[in-house]
Design a protein around this ligand. Structure first.
Ligand SMILES: Cc1cc2nc3c(=O)[nH]c(=O)nc-3n(C[C@H](O)[C@H](O)[C@H](O)COP(=O)(O)OP(=O)(O)OC[C@H]3O[C@@H](n4cnc5c(N)ncnc54)[C@H](O)[C@@H]3O)c2cc1C
Length: 511
């Protein structure tokens, strides 16, 4: 039997980046917090494992919103403020774009990035810089508004660029710059990190992505992504958080519209004033709420109405030569046969051949990551869940190996080196692996897609109405900000803030 107290202020389901961020913030404010994680270690998708004596990164390509030590962005600042000391390494470039007629490496810094595009597409410097500065202005507005909400007239006065571009798609705003197609192509590769084609991607999301990654550069933890959750868990425990591993939460207990605890798969019933779930709303509203009659119809409609974002298929290789000897020259390569993001998005609905690949050679950002004379190289596609949902159990191995072969063959051809001749270790991660390991709905890694109908601004406006069960918050890639590890941290903090605000409001009402 585990030891549980009779009652906690908050129970957090899931000890990955989002859940641990909630726990840290709540413990910092003196709340009594229990984290229940079904695995034997923290981290969820942000993890690593050892093969052939080499530690292999399971997910992280690059972290946004960290910023350099003297100019931290919100996620980096949060870690620092919470005393979570991570050794960050800067990623040396934004990306190498390998696109039809283009082989270009671009580096962080708005001016430098614009200059490098101008070197390839002369005469575009001013326009590209203007676009990136617009992105930066919108980014600053989003950051400020997420802390200090304000009325629409005030917003218009203070955040004009944000308000003026907010209703437009990325394509619509980019079109107003009248840039040559090649320059537009070089401004598009990060699209995959937000997972919607530019016709359906709100410009605000593109702006935040570009300003953060291009303006400040990205970072990686020296000891791989698992360093984040290990240090967060260690710090949370120092702050009094109880973390219990190997504890699968089966049910969230609800009475009269209010969550009051959870039941684990082992049958422990644990009570709390609030519950934060890292499990997807789809899972929670269809099978975790007990009794299910407490799930309002609107909640089911909401999860059915939202479009799931992308999942991941990744081939991770440890190779028997240093990267340069295999013609691998960059940390990050985006390779596509077009940069028409709408067409690429359609291509992601199937099971391949995939037209847009994302490759990482960690050694260029973290030289000691593999033993001398070897390197780590991964090829990833981020498909939509649609195609992978249809794969039958009997076809899984075949499909998995066909897709992996396509990715390895494509990159072997590109480097002019048969990568298969150099493999020391090979790991294939599929949407099923992710779903199985983290419980993420359909293996989705980015939560719900940002679209013109459903995006962060709309979600902020409907957030209150979407609190279908009192005392139940969601933290994870599936919450408001969506997309990746940095946003998972932000979502975890937001869930904690909602609880702190609710506690304050209740205290105020009692006075
Ligand atoms: C190949 C790949 C590459 C990626 N690259 C990047 C990148 O470069 N940059 C980036 O920002 N993001 C990247 N991502 C996405 C990123 O990893 C995720 O968006 C993020 O880690 C999600 O964090 P989370 O805390 O929301 O959820 P998860 O990591 O899914 O964690 C959920 C946690 O909750 C636990 N849990 C779930 N249900 C229960 C339950 N019922 N009871 C108890 N515990 C439960 C799970 O075990 C897990 O620990 C990548 C993902 C993949 C797969």
């Amino acid at each position: 039997m585990k030891f549980y107290k009779d009652h906690y202020d908050v129970i957090v389901i899931g000890g990955a980046l989002a859940g641990l961020s909630s726990a840290l913030m709540l413990a910092d404010k003196g709340l009594d917090v229990l984290v229940l994680e079904r695995h034997n270690l923290p981290g969820g998708i942000a993890t690593s494992f050892v093969r052939g004596g080499i530690e292999i990164e399971a997910a992280l390509h690059e972290m946004m919103s960290i910023g350099p030590e003297d100019n931290r962005l919100k996620v980096g600042r949060f870690f620092d403020d919470m005393g979570v000391n991570i050794e960050w390494l800067p990623v040396p470039e934004c990306y190498h774009a390998s696109l039809p007629g283009l082989e270009v490496t671009l580096h962080p810094g708005l001016e430098r990035f614009s200059r490098e595009i101008d070197n390839v597409v002369p005469g575009t410097y001013d326009k590209v810089l203007k676009l990136l500065k617009l992105c930066d202005t919108v980014f600053n507005s989003v950051n400020e508004l997420s802390i200090h909400p304000m009325s629409k007239p005030q917003m218009l006065l203070k955040h004009e660029a944000f308000v003026k571009t907010a209703g437009y798609s990325t394509k619509e705003v980019l079109d107003t710059f009248h840039l040559p197609q090649k320059a537009l192509d070089l401004l598009a590769p990060y699209w995959i990190y937000v997972g919607s084609g530019f016709s359906d991607l709100p410009f605000t999301i593109y702006a935040v992505l570009m300003a953060d990654y291009v303006g400040y550069g990205s970072m990686i933890p020296k000891k791989l992504s698992h360093e984040m959750s290990l240090k967060m868990a260690e710090r949370a425990e120092e702050m009094g958080v109880q973390i219990e591993y190997r504890q699968h939460v089966d049910k969230i207990l609800v009475k009269n519209g209010r969550a009051y605890g959870v039941r684990t798969a082992r049958g422990d019933e644990i009570h709390a004033d609030y519950v934060i779930s890292s499990a997807y709303p789809n899972k929670v509203y269809t099978s975790m709420i007990e009794p299910l009659s407490e799930v309002p119809e609107e909640a089911t409609k909401m999860v059915n109405g939202r479009r799931l974002s992308l999942t991941a298929f990744s081939v991770i290789l440890i190779l028997d030569k240093p990267a340069e000897e295999l013609n691998i020259k960059d940390y990050s390569i985006f390779r596509g046969d077009t940069m028409d993001t709408d067409a690429l998005y359609d291509n992601l609905a199937g099971l391949g051949p995939y037209r847009y690949l994302t490759c990482i050679c960690h050694n260029y950002g973290n030289p000691g990551v593999t033993p001398e004379g070897t390197c780590s190289f991964s090829v990833t596609v981020l498909p939509r869940v649609d195609g992978w949902k249809t794969v039958k159990a009997e076809d899984y191995d075949r499909v998995k190996h066909e897709v992996a072969k396509q990715l390895i063959d494509d990159m072997s051809e590109y480097f002019g080196v048969n990568l298969l001749d150099h493999v020391l270790e090979c790991v294939i991660e599929t949407p099923m692996t992710i779903a199985h390991y983290t419980g993420a709905w359909n293996g989705c890694i980015y939560g719900y897609a940002h679209t013109m109908e459903d995006h962060i601004i709309a979600r902020l406006q409907t957030a209150e109405a979407e609190r279908f069960i009192e005392g139940l918050e969601f933290a994870g890639a599936h919450a408001i900000s969506g997309d990746g590890m940095g946003p998972a941290v932000t979502n975890g903090r937001k869930a904690a803030k909602n609880i702190l605000d609710d506690i304050a409001a209740r205290k105020e009402a009692k006075r």
